[in-house]
Write a protein that binds this ligand. Structure first.
Ligand code: ATP
Ligand code: MG
Length: 333
């Protein structure tokens, strides 16, 4: 039966890329006909790079508030914090023993995040994709909505499932389908059209945070890097213009239109005219969500209760799957 799993790291503030590439699509999938949808704050992933303990706790609750404020419902979906469901980490160890070093060495996220000094990266950052495979497969999830940057990790998840099934001669873990669709599967930095918008980018001006107020959003869009030309009237005209393409993609995703529909409306305009339209649209979409997030954050105990309930529901699925995995491997219980 089709099951959906996806996660976001409490590694900083939620941003427009997370919203358009992930959250907005989680909400749609929640309301479609899947047997189960599970959405996770992946705190174990966040600590693959240093997180201040107070900030980690704050970001985890704020992320939960962002999930709920965006339309995820604890009545319809299982909402969890990763470290509260121990089977994720337990299965990850098994997958550390299934995955090969060479597979991990090819992961572009590791190369990007470790930078030039890979010797100093944590072992967890290297093993990140094995934990991600465990997050997904501990639910036997079949569909995983993510942004374009996670495509390679999902291919690795399939490789891990296939190798486990092959090595133990079973047909146990499903081959998961990535769900990467829409106009905003890769929202780019506002300061550099070749880099994706990220929580971990040190420049706050590079992203629109879901908690930014209207003034901050307008200012960041006004200052966003662009070229001096007017907008083209069809998508082909954006090919060599990464910054222009990014702003048009964002507009399309926020207004639920195709890029061609947007350009039919705004083609020929200068950025001086287009940017305020984009800012208004972003504010209209994000400000009700950030207001609701702030309301939820005023009652952190309620958030903790929701996560505790989610963890209990999740373990009804994950505990038997881990048990069965141990049986397959020959671990004495
Ligand atoms: P970090 O910089 O800490 O890795 P992040 O901004 O990349 O944070 P993640 O928590 O790693 O966010 O990713 C959560 C989800 O958001 C994933 O599905 C990812 O593909 C998606 N996502 C992240 N950034 C973007 C982006 N710029 N555009 C579209 N989707 C994105
Ligand atoms: Mg990321």
């Amino acid at each position: 039966p089709p099951r959906v799993f996806s996660g976001i790291q409490p590694s900083g503030d939620l941003h427009l890329g997370n919203y358009l590439g992930a959250l907005q699509r989680f909400v749609r999938m929640q309301d479609e006909a899947y047997e189960q949808t599970v959405f996770c704050m992946v705190d174990l992933h966040a600590i693959t790079v240093w997180q201040d303990p107070k900030e980690l706790a704050h970001s985890t609750r704020e992320l939960a508030a962002g999930f709920i404020a965006s339309g995820l419902s604890p009545e319809k979906s299982i909402l969890i914090n990763q470290s509260q469901v121990p089977e994720h980490a337990q299965l990850a160890w098994i997958f550390n023993c299934v995955a090969r070093m060479g597979w991990m060495q090819r992961m572009t996220q590791f190369k990007d995040k470790a930078g030039k000094n890979a010797e100093k990266a944590s072992l967890g950052l290297f093993a990140y994709p094995a934990l991600m495979a465990a997050d997904i497969l501990i639910y036997h999830a079949t569909h995983v909505p993510v942004g374009e940057d996670q495509k390679q990790h999902l291919e690795l998840t399939r490789d891990i499932a296939a190798k486990f099934n092959h090595d133990y001669g079973v047909d146990f873990f499903p081959l998961t389908e990535p769900v990467i669709e829409g106009a905003a599967t890769r929202v780019m930095s506002l300061r550099d059209g070749t880099k994706k918008m990220s929580k971990s980018d040190p420049s706050d001006a590079s992203r629109i945070n879901m908690t930014d107020d209207a003034d901050a959003i307008a200012k960041k869009i006004r200052k966003a890097k662009t070229d001096p030309d007017a907008l083209p009237s069809e998508a082909k005209g954006l090919e060599q213009r990464p910054e222009a393409r990014n702003l048009v993609n964002i507009y399309a995703a926020l207004s639920d239109q195709s890029v061609d529909q947007v350009l039919a409306e705004v083609g020929g305009q200068q950025f001086g005219a287009f940017k305020p339209m984009l800012a208004d649209l972003a504010v209209a979409k994000l400000s009700p969500i950030s207001t609701e997030m702030a309301r939820l954050m005023a009652e952190p105990d309620e958030i903790d209760k929701i996560l505790a309930r989610g963890a209990a529901q999740a373990r009804e699925i994950t505990a038997p799957i881990l048990q069965k995995t141990y049986d397959i491997i020959g671990m004495v219980r």
